[in-house]
Design a protein. Structure first.
Length: 170
């Protein structure tokens, strides 16, 4: 069970159930069946453009546009997809673990999302440093900030040079 406050240190306590009770619970859960089958995951059968559209609409609000997670709960609720295998992503789409909703994607749509996730995992950063791969908008803000500071430094340098060459007179 997760802690009520993630900043607290967990305290080890004795189990709430005895060993025979735990064994009985395990035996009972085993009688409920094997669960759903492992889905077929074939990213090569998907269409990248369809996967991008589905991912942008359904997945990006929580996992971020680049699949890095952290858009919700700093990665605790919506983890990064960069180390996920296609089968893991397909299982998550079908079962909706935690607070993730279950998506009613067809097999073709699922494979398209898998193709897009695989593409994002392997995509180069054509714009240079990806700044943690947090997405184009925040990275653009960083670029604008660096550019603005550079222009201000040049203006100050030019201004101080003119003041020194004129003897401090305007």
């Amino acid at each position: 069970m997760p802690l009520a406050d993630p900043d607290l240190q967990g305290v080890r306590k004795p189990p709430a159930f005895s060993r025979p009770d735990i064994d009985a619970l395990v035996a009972f859960v085993a009688t409920l069946g094997d669960g759903p089958p492992v889905p077929d995951a074939d990213p090569d059968a998907g269409e990248l453009s369809v996967g991008q559209a589905l991912f942008s609409t359904n997945c990006a609000p929580c996992h971020g546009s680049t699949g890095t997670g952290g858009a919700v709960g700093s990665g605790a609720i919506a983890p990064s997809l960069h180390r996920s295998e296609p089968v893991q992503v397909a299982e998550a789409i079908l079962s909706g673990p935690g607070q993730m909703p279950v998506f009613g994607f067809t097999e073709d749509e699922q494979n398209s999302v898998l193709a897009y996730v695989e593409h994002v995992q392997q995509a180069p950063s054509p714009g240079g440093a990806d700044i943690g791969d947090i997405g184009s908008v925040p990275e653009g803000y960083v670029a604008w900030g660096i550019g603005t500071i550079a222009v201000l430094l040049v203006a100050v340098f030019i201004g101080t040079g003119k003041a020194e060459s004129s003897g401090g007179r305007s």
